[in-house]
Design a binder for this molecule. Structure first.
Ligand SMILES: [Mn+2]
Length: 283
């Protein structure tokens, strides 16, 4: 496969801080040569940078990055390459999904957390906890409209996978939304059946992998927010294969990986294995 790696090395508007260091770490661990050894063609790395003329601001910088990601993803796909976004923050997904329009899109969001708060429900003020809600058109309407190609994704075409840490208002929002939640216990056995129920006809899939979906006790800590009871590597790759058997993918993202917490490199290895399945021929 012809692949373009798009690096977005920011966390909360800070470059290479915390999970902003994840993209570079994956490269230094040999990701490019790993992919080439699997037979993929990997174009020169493209790094998405914040506007150097603007002061860092958690909200403003995140949306500036989304605007730039949206343009980059569209350009990469027009050149016939598959975009793999390595991002600090999950909210980069808003940009990536915007680069896939006008196709109807389906979201497969692997994450220990729901990222489905809104500015009215968040108790932490952490913008990245609103990323999926923004992609679904539930908040940040003015700023979302500045992202080229932005169009909300339908909740009925959205899957939350392996999510196990929700704030009460977030849980209520998801329960009433049409989003399909797939618990860790349901992966992979129940997934094919759940995938047949949803609105996926003609959809272009977006696979979002927040690496904290993995089990901290078995695989390692992906970031500062470990939640017990996550997926094994085998569960994750089985689920990805089941998704690929159902829906063609338009783009994929690996996000929220802060390498300082991954002391045994288990999450790094799992990221490589996940990408192998995301990019494999013939699944
Ligand atoms: Mn996340």
């Amino acid at each position: 496969m012809d692949i373009q790696l798009l690096l977005v090395p920011y966390d909360t508007a800070r470059r290479c801080w915390r999970s902003g260091a994840g993209p570079e770490h994956l490269l230094q661990a040999g990701l490019t040569t790993h992919l080439q050894a699997r037979g993929h063609s990997v174009a020169d790395i493209q790094v998405i940078e914040a506007d150097p003329d603007q002061p860092p601001a958690e909200i403003g910088t995140a949306f500036e990055l989304m605007r730039r990601i949206a343009v980059a993803v569209r350009t990469v796909r027009a050149a016939g390459r598959f975009p793999v976004v390595l991002a600090g923050n999950c909210n980069s997904a808003v940009g990536t999904l915007s680069g896939l329009t006008p196709a109807p899109r389906a979201i497969f969001w692997f994450d220990a957390h729901g990222d489905c708060n809104t500015p009215d429900t968040t108790a932490t003020g952490f913008l990245d906890g609103t990323g999926l809600a923004t992609a679904l058109g539930l908040c940040w309407h003015q700023l979302s409209s500045t992202v080229p190609g932005y169009c909300p994704v339908q909740p009925e075409a959205t899957f939350l996978l392996g999510t196990r840490d929700l704030d009460p208002p977030e849980a209520a929002l998801i329960a009433g939304s049409g989003i399909t939640s797939v618990s860790t216990a349901q992966i992979p056995a129940r997934l094919p059946e759940l995938l047949t129920r949803s609105l996926l006809k003609d959809a272009l899939g977006y696979l979002h992998l927040d690496l904290d979906v993995l089990d901290p006790a078995v695989v390692g800590n992906a970031n500062s927010l470990p939640v017990p009871g996550g997926l094994s590597v085998e569960q994750l790759t089985s689920a990805i294969a089941a998704i690929r058997a159902r829906v063609p993918l338009g783009a994929a993202t690996l996000a929220s990986y802060a390498p300082e917490y991954d002391s045994q490199q288990g999450v790094c290895r799992a990221a490589f294995a996940a990408l192998d399945t995301i990019l494999a021929d013939g699944t």
